[in-house]
Structure formats: structure tokens, C-alpha cells
Design a protein around this ligand. Structure first.
Ligand SMILES: Cc1ncc(COP(=O)(O)O)c(C=O)c1O
Ligand SMILES: N[C@@H](CCOP(=O)(O)O)C(=O)O
Length: 421
């Protein structure tokens, strides 16, 4: 398999630029990183960024906080920044006791500048766009990618175009893209159709694609894994056994796996210490779970997808050939959860003071299901990734939460209403 956990660091090919190059994950063919715009290898295979010197934990010491702390693991020293990363790793003691695991921490990526983990990818992606000298940036999106692209594009002084599935994007996300002045195209089709079209626009040279098919986006998203490892080790003196995360286009699963592989390559991490990557999808959009259960090397496209967790309403995860080995090689698994259990998990997190959008809560719903099935053991140290903020999807929050009670404009009536003496 092309993405083995124990693979040695490759030697830098002639095409490398300052120790950085692109490689086809299937054939190993290498490409110069910044001479031309390239998203895939010759046969349409996925590309990944490779480094002559994979990072060690020492490289990160004294480098500040946030995504650019990890510059030793990134293709540039700095990016177009707001800044991003350095998100909280919350304790959730009541939830931990309910689920019944040794340790439960919640890595809340909703605390990034635009309210999702996409910012980590965009700070690098927009920096690369500047290096390449491209004009218009674009993405297909279920909402968060478009919000991040619009904000980081604005920060970089660049034009942005976003393609959204009509009627299927949460209000907060469209509001962000609109205010940051992206040109918004509402497509009469689902996210996968939008991605097909924007890929075609990119191939024709009309736009620079900043979905996670762009390998540089995933470089920024690796820093989620690096932060989790550092923070968990600082608190407990060990690494977590398992990281549970929602899966849509499978970029994060691929990025975390790559972060861990690079640390293994440099000798900073023992393969036995790599957390089990555990992916969670909604039952109505679960091609990755299907592929894991059937032992496939790639997913089969689901034409019809539906879930309340609109951020992960995706039927054709483009990063599956990177993410499936990540789940398998780390000893993880994938599970599908119902929309009802996602809403329940959203409430569980809210009771701990952690406000997340539905897709984010899928990680906790998945953990509960796997614990009930005995797949996750009681003695495990677990980190759940929550990927987007509650305010991204106010409608879902209202639906999941308590309802406002109308009362008269009168103190006595209000005292009566609340049962005061
Ligand atoms: C809030 C949220 N959670 C999870 C995901 C899934 O992440 P990935 O596509 O990296 O699997 C997305 C987008 O895809 C998202 O917007
Ligand atoms: N949930 C995503 C879907 C697109 O994912 P990407 O990581 O490939 O950009 C979104 O927010 O649009």
C-alpha cells in the first residue's frame, strides 16, 4: 500500500523546491510544487506534499501558538493568517462518565476564526495561491469551506467564487461567505455535483481550487493532529489511544494520518503510539463506512445523500484513497450514526458548555455507539473532534435546544411564571 504508517522518509527528488515536492500517492511520480498548478497525478490519482525532513516535536518548541507553530511541518514559514489553530481541548467530565471511558477530551475546532477547522487549511492554501500567482479562488462547499475561503481570500486581497448546493447550506455559513464578499453560486444539485463542476472550472484554468483535493489544504489541517498530540502529552504524559472525528470529504482523516506518518518517519513517534483514527458519518451519507465494512480501497459514490448534519452531506469523499489506509493502518474503524443520535450528542456537548453544529456532534454520537458495542474499551483515552461552531447552524440549534417562553412585561407575572415565592 502506498501510504503505510512505517514508510521511511523518501529521498528528495530533483523536482524538490527547498526540500518540498508533490508525489502521486499511487505511482510515486514526483512533481515540482510551485512551478505549475496541479491538483492530481497523470491518472487523476491524489497528490500529497512530501518533505526532505519530516518534523520532530523539538522543531515546534518556542515557535509560538496556532497553525504556524508547526511551520517545520508546512511548506512555508508563514501564511495568510487571521490567526488560526490553538483551539481548546476541553474536558467533558459528565460526558466522559456517561460514555464510560478513561479520558474524554473535546478538541473544539469551532473556535477557529471563521468557526471551523477549514481555517487551518486555508491559511496554507491561500499562501500557496499567492506563490502560484493565481487570480480567482474557488471551492464547492457544504458551507464551512466557503466561509473560510471567503474570509481568507478577503484577507489575501483575492477574488473568491463558491458553489453551494441550493437549500442545503446552514444560514450562518452563507452569511459569512456573503459578508466576506465571495461570489456565491447556488447550484441545483448536491455538494458532489458542485465539486465536479468546480474541478472542471479549475482544469480549464478559470479558478484555483481550494477544496481538500488540493494537497496543500491538508498540510494546514495536519496541525489539528499535532496540537492534539502535544496538548494531550503535556496534560497526561502520554498520547490518546483514539481520535474520533466526523467524516465528509475525508480531508481531516487524511491530514491527521499524514501528520502521524511524518512524525513516525522522523522517529518522533512510535508506530504503537499512533491514535486509532475513528471516522463517523451520518447514516444517510456513509460511503466511507461502507468501504471500511467491505474492505474496499475506495468508496462507491452515493448519488442520494441526506442528513440533518448538512456539513457532512457528501456521497463521494474525494480523499477516500488517503483516508481509508489511515483508518486501517492505525487500527481505527468507521461507524454510521442516526440524525437523532447526532442531535442528542449536540445536547450532551451543550450541557458541558460546548456549542457545536450537528456534523461536529457526530463524533460524540459515534463514540457512544462504539462504546455501547464494545468496540471502544472502558480504559481508553479518547479525543473527539468537534469541527464547527454552534452558530454556524442556528436553525439546528433552535431545534435541538429549549424553546423561548413568552411572558408579559410584568415582574409579578414573571415571578409567578418562574415559580418564585
Ligand atoms: C463541520 C464539519 N465537520 C466535518 C466535516 C467533514 O470533514 P472532512 O471533509 O475533512 O471529512 C466538514 C466538511 O467536510 C465540516 O464542515
Ligand atoms: N464540509 C465541507 C465540504 C468540502 O470539504 P473540503 O474539505 O473538500 O473543502 C465544506 O465545508 O464545504
Amino acid at each position: 500500500m502506498s501510504l503505510e504508517l512505517t514508510a521511511p522518509a523518501p529521498d528528495a527528488p530533483d523536482v524538490a523546491d527547498d526540500g518540498v515536492w508533490l508525489a502521486d500517492i499511487e505511482t510515486g511520480e514526483t512533481y515540482a510544487p510551485f512551478d505549475e498548478i496541479r491538483y492530481t497525478g497523470e491518472d487523476g490519482n491524489l497528490l500529497e506534499v512530501r518533505y526532505a525532513e519530516p518534523p520532530t516535536f523539538e522543531d515546534f518548541q518556542g515557535q509560538g501558538r496556532g497553525v504556524w507553530r508547526y511551520r517545520a511541518a508546512l511548506p512555508f514559514e508563514e501564511g495568510v493568517t487571521l490567526p488560526e489553530g490553538d483551539t481548546p481541548l476541553h474536558e467533558a467530565p459528565r460526558l466522559r462518565d456517561d460514555v464510560g471511558v478513561e479520558t474524554l477530551r473535546i478538541k473544539h475546532e469551532g473556535m477557529n476564526p471563521t468557526g471551523s477547522f477549514k481555517d487551518r487549511g486555508m491559511t496554507v492554501g491561500v499562501r500557496v495561491a499567492k506563490e502560484l500567482g493565481v487570480g480567482r479562488l474557488a471551492c464547492a462547499s457544504t458551507g464551512n469551506t466557503s466561509a473560510a475561503l471567503a474570509a481568507y481570500g478577503a484577507r489575501g486581497g483575492m477574488e473568491t467564487l463558491v458553489l453551494l448546493p441550493s437549500g442545503k447550506v446552514a444560514a450562518g455559513k452563507i452569511a459569512q461567505a456573503a459578508l466576506h464578499d465571495a461570489r456565491i453560486l447556488e447550484v441545483d444539485g448536491n455538494f458532489d455535483a458542485c465539486l465536479d463542476i468546480v474541478q472542471e472550472l479549475a482544469q480549464r484554468g478559470e479558478v484555483y481550487l481550494l477544496n481538500s483535493l488540493n494537497p496543500f489544504r491538508l498540510e494546514g489541517q495536519k496541525t489539528i493532529g499535532l496540537e492534539i498530540l502535544e496538548e494531550f502529552r503535556d496534560d497526561y504524559g502520554r498520547f490518546p489511544d483514539r481520535i474520533v472525528l466526523p467524516v465528509g470529504n475525508a480531508g481531516n482523516t487524511s491530514a491527521l494520518y499524514k501528520a502521524f506518518r511524518e512524525l513516525v518517519q522522523s522517529g518522533a513517534l512510535d508506530p504503537a503510539e499512533v491514535p486509532k483514527l475513528t471516522g463517523v458519518q451520518a447514516e444517510g451519507a456513509a460511503p466511507m463506512v461502507e468501504a471500511i465494512e467491505n474492505g474496499w480501497d475506495d468508496t462507491q459514490r452515493w448519488e442520494e445523500v441526506e442528513t440533518r448534519a448538512t456539513a457532512i452531506r457528501i456521497g463521494n469523499p474525494v480523499n477516500a484513497p488517503k483516508a481509508l489506509p489511515g483508518i486501517r493502518e492505525t487500527g481505527g474503524t468507521a461507524v454510521a450514526v442516526s440524525d437523532e443520535s447526532i442531535t442528542e450528542a449536540q445536547r450532551d456537548l451543550a450541557r458541558e458548555g460546548i456549542g457545536v453544529e450537528p456534523a461536529s456532534a457526530a463524533s460524540v454520537a459515534g463514540l457512544k455507539k462504539l462504546r455501547d458495542r464494545g468496540v471502544v474499551d472502558a480504559d481508553e483515552d479518547v479525543v473527539c473532534l468537534t469541527t464547527g461552531h454552534l452558530l454556524k447552524d442556528p436553525d439546528a440549534a433552535f431545534e435541538a435546544g429549549g424553546k423561548p417562553e413568552p411572558v408579559p412585561n410584568d415582574l409579578g407575572a414573571i415571578l409567578d411564571h418562574i415559580g418564585a415565592n
